[in-house]
Design a protein around this ligand. Sequence first.
Ligand code: SF4
Length: 338
Amino acid sequence: MHKCILYKKKSDKKVQCQACNWYCDISEGHTGLCGVRKNIKGDLYLSVYGKAIAAHVDNIEKKPLFHFLPGTEIFSIGTVGCNFRCLFCQNWDISQVRLKEPNETMGTDLPPKEIVKYCVENDIPSIAYTYNEPAIFFEYAYDTAKLAHKEGIKNIFVSNGFESKEALKKIEPYLDAINIDLKGFTEEFYKEICSARLQPVLDNIKHVHKMDVWLEITTLVIPTKNDSDEELTNIAEFIASISKDIPWHVTAFYPQYKMMDIPPTPPETLERAYEIGKKAGLNYVYTGNIPGMKGENTTCLKCKKEIIERFGLECTSCQVDNKGRCTNCNNKIVGIWK
Ligand code: SF4
């Protein structure tokens, strides 16, 4: 158990958690909605601090981040628990775990300093807080991120975009990039499929774009649920209204968790989503989860050459120099390249 930093004390030994937009009021002996932040005698504790349920070295393309150190490795960690209940969750076996006993925790001991040490020793340039929502294990991510920056290692959140304003403010100096899921574009979708709310996610996307943090957005396209022209157009136009340079990943769904009755996303649907993104004016639209599809590569907006080629989760060639310029025509490409 590790004492949290994002909470406020209230009367009667209650606390209000301030890590995400639920702002749970938590009575003594209880946990918040995510199941990992617990009120013990009037203070809030994180039960999964230093307890990684998943830790892997991934390609950065897997996050997905396509305009951030392409072709590099990223140390990725997550814990149990989540503040959403997405019926299609691909990591449901860790995100939907609920700790039952008062002092129960789950995961392998992996303190912040060990993560950073591993990255230094193995020349891994960045760390992703991913697999489940990093806001709920905020203090673990925050302490790791601070140590990482001291060693010149970058930090990335892969997030549902439901962080509190307090969490974003606190992590901002140490956060280099974020991929936010924009899972749909109606409150009904967020309520019925994710047990969540849309508006705070939209507000956070606008806010993060103003921060000094590289932003990419992902939409998992689910047949019959969020794949209409109207919904995809609304998402694409919303992103374009913030910046046409924000990369939008449209990725294929596969039956998972409580959505086993929905078929996988056909390639034609992703092609349609890709065209909708381009029509909305987005400069960088990418298809994902179906290797080899049109839409995996990055094209220079000026010379029209394919300057970053990918296959699935691998970057196979990159013709952007470390100043972020196309090596063919010297055009500046948005992103973080060194
Ligand atoms: S992180 Fe969110 S869901 Fe978890 S206790 Fe805090 S406010 Fe509630």
